[in-house]
Design a protein around this ligand. Sequence first.
Ligand SMILES: Nc1nc2c(ncn2[C@@H]2O[C@H](COP(=O)(O)OP(=O)(O)OP(=O)(O)O)[C@@H](O)[C@H]2O)c(=O)[nH]1
Ligand SMILES: [Mg+2]
Length: 409
Amino acid sequence: MQTKGIGMPRSRYPERLAVQPLQLSVNVLVSKIKAQSEPALHQQIRKDIVLKIGIVGLNMVGKTTLFRILTHAHGDKLASGKPEAHVGVVKVPDERLDHLAGMFKPQKLVHASIEYVDTPASVIQLARTGTQSQALKEMNALIHVVRAFEDPAIPVDGETVDPRRDIESVELELVLSDLGIIEKRLERLEKDIKKQKNPALEKEHQALLKAKEALEAQKPLRELDFTPDEERALRGFTFLSMKPMLYVLNLGEKDAPRTNAADEFAHEAGLKQRPHTAVTAVCGEVEEELSELSEEEAGEFLSSYGLTESAISRLIRSSYQLLGLISFFTVGEDECRAWTIHEGMTALDAAGEIHSDIQRGFIRAEVIPYQELADAGSFAEARTRGSLRLEGKEYVVHDGEIVHFRHSG
Ligand SMILES: Nc1nc2c(ncn2[C@@H]2O[C@H](COP(=O)(O)OP(=O)(O)OP(=O)(O)O)[C@@H](O)[C@H]2O)c(=O)[nH]1
Ligand SMILES: [Mg+2]
C-alpha cells in the first residue's frame, strides 16, 4: 500500500469522529490467526462451529455475485434459513477426501466448511456505522472483492475501474476505524494508569501504542508481529485491519483466461508476501454461468476459455489456508470426514476437536499421510507396508493425515 493519504490531516476525515464507543466483544476466534503457534489459544478456538468470512468491498463490485456462486457451487442450505440474511455455509472442496470416500464408501461424507457472509453496499459505509461495524468485527477474515471488470452499464465507485485505488481506500478506512478506537481507549487508559498501578493496564497501554504507531504509518495490524502477551491485550478489540485479508479481483470476461492475473496484480500492487494477505482472481460472470452447468458441460465451458478448473474451488481453499487452517481426516464405513484444525495443533488437540471423551481417554493416535493410504488402497495393505505410525499426545498433526484415535473413553 502506498503512503499517500495517511499523511492527510485528520480533519479530512470528520466522519471518523462518528466511530462508536469501544465495545469489548470477546470473540475468541478473531485474533487467533496471529497466534498459530500458541497452544493456549488453540484451546479457545476449539468447538467453534464454523469460521466466518465476510465478503466486503465497494458498491457494485460483485460481492453478491461471488456469494451466490460460492453457495450455489459448494453450499449447503443457507445457514440461517433466511435467504435475506445472506449467510451461507460452503464446503471446502478436497479431492483427497473425495478419493477416501471412494475407497471406504461411507454412509456419510462430511467436508470441512466455512461460513461466508455477504455484506450489502460499501464496506466504507459499514466500517463507519456502529452496528454494521460490529457485524464486521465478528468475522474471522475478510474477502475484499475488487472490481476489475469494465462494464459501462454498471456504475462504478470513483468513476473509473482502478483496483489499486479501491484497495488503498478500503485499507485506509479499516486503519482509521482501528485508530479511532485506539485513541479513545488510550485516553481512558492513561487516566486509569495515573490513578492506580496495574501491570495489566500497562501491558495493554504498550500494545496499543505499538498498534497505533503502525496504523499511523498506514500499516494494517495484520502485518504486525505481536507477542502472545500483546496479542492477548488486543484480542478483545477485534480490530478490522487485523483480520486476515483475501483480495478477490473480479475480472471481466475477456480476462477470464488470464490464470496468472492475480499473481501479476499482487506483484504490481505490492501485495505479495504480506503477512495474512492473499490475492486471487475470479471472473464473476463466467463463474456464475459455470455454477449452473452440469459437471460435463462445465468442463467444456471451462476449456472454451482455456481453463481447467473453476476459480471458486481455488478461492475457497485460499480462504481456508489464509486462516492458517489444515484438515485431518477420519475414515470408516460409517463416515469419512475432514476436521478443521490450526497448523501446529497436537494429536491431543485434534482428539478434542472430535469429542472431549476421546481427548480425555487418549491413548495413541494411529496416523498415516493421505498419499500413503491412497497408494496402499486399504488400511490392511498400509499396515502390511508398515505405513501406519503410532503417535503420542504431543505429535503435531499435518495437513492431509488420516488419524485414528485409540482411546479409553
Ligand atoms: N460485466 C460484469 N458484470 C458483473 C460481474 N460481476 C458482477 N457483475 C454485475 O455487476 C452488478 C453488481 O453485482 P453485485 O454482485 O450485485 O455487486 P455487489 O457488490 O453485491 O453490489 P452491492 O451489494 O449493491 O454493493 C450486477 O449487475 C452483476 O451482474 C463481472 O464479472 N462482469
Ligand atoms: Mg450485494
